[in-house]
Design a protein around this ligand. Sequence first.
Ligand code: EPU
Length: 350
Amino acid sequence: MSALAVRAGVPLGPRTTLGLGGPARAFVEARDEATVAAAFAWASAQGLEVAVLGGGSNLVVADAGFDGLVVAIATTGINERPAGDAVHVEAAAGESWDGLVARTVDAGLAGLECLSGIPGSVGATPVQNVGAYGQEVSDTLVSVRVFDPVSREIRQLAATTCEFAYRDSMFKHHGRHLVVLAATFALRPGGEAQIRYAELERALDGAPRDLARVRRAVLALRRNKGMLLEADDPERRTAGSFFTNPIVGVAEAEAVAQRARSLGITAELPRWAQTDGRIKLAAGWLIEKSGVTRGMSRGAVGVSRRHALALVHHGGGTTASLLALADEIVETVHARFGVTLRREPVLWGA
Ligand code: EPU
């Protein structure tokens, strides 16, 4: 490794899918693991906080930027090895997530196909246990290779120790300081896709579930919801779902349903029982039924025309205005249904 190349005042907005936010005080691009370690050592010597940047697709950066060192993970490499009936696929954190999914689908390895079209890099996926259309990365993840900046060691963590839950893992809590360097998935060679999402089932309409077809169907669904990043899409500047789906107790779910009925809402409250007995509600539904319409704008920011959960930056806006819109939505939904929505993307510098 050559000397650490630290740049000052690098704009972060262009490195996020939202295209918002100020600069990083210091910035390092890490193309290998040794650079990740060196960057942390440098920041520690300077007394600077560190933030790790992946694909920037689930990130909101404050207008003032981030007053510390940003380490952009740009490591590459994917390798496959047989492991019993499965194939273990290890991908470096900086690899494109959808590139990995496309490659496994082409190779006939089942397990990631429903996660097609999700923007961002591999390294971010274990942190929030990325999931869509009935699959979550934790379903197939075997282990995560991490750098621990405290002990300065690289460790391999078994997936069973990562405390995965809906959009959650220990990397968001007590393991927050750990940097994901690589992730290994156990995939099924020649396997058929397992379809667990009613909307995807309907889209497939009885067609054979070969992986390529499932990938195409998922990409089409995502495109319809504006959840596929495409350069010519006027609503491409988003961070995907801006809120998580609230998970509530049975009594609270019933209270929300009652509330909806008393407000004259005839549509059935969408709800899904979780394995722990609690109930997942649809944040998009709650937003729309609170009177926030798709396509509504507040200056340069607004709600997607295709999905109420996606906030959109139309260009020339500020993070402050986006966060004000998010607050307005949280208050509106709370006033109407008594449910507090939680922000899904990570926020830096505010
Ligand atoms: N709905 C509405 N209005 C909307 C959108 C949704 O009423 O504008 C209601 C509908 O009743 C629909 C239900 O919400 O049946 C669920 O909608 P959808 O299938 O689009 O899924 P979601 O719960 O809104 C979640 C993930 C997405 C993921 C999809 C598909 C979260 C926060 N979001 O969205 O993930 O692609 O399921 O599995 O869990 C992301 O996290 O960035 C993301 C895009």
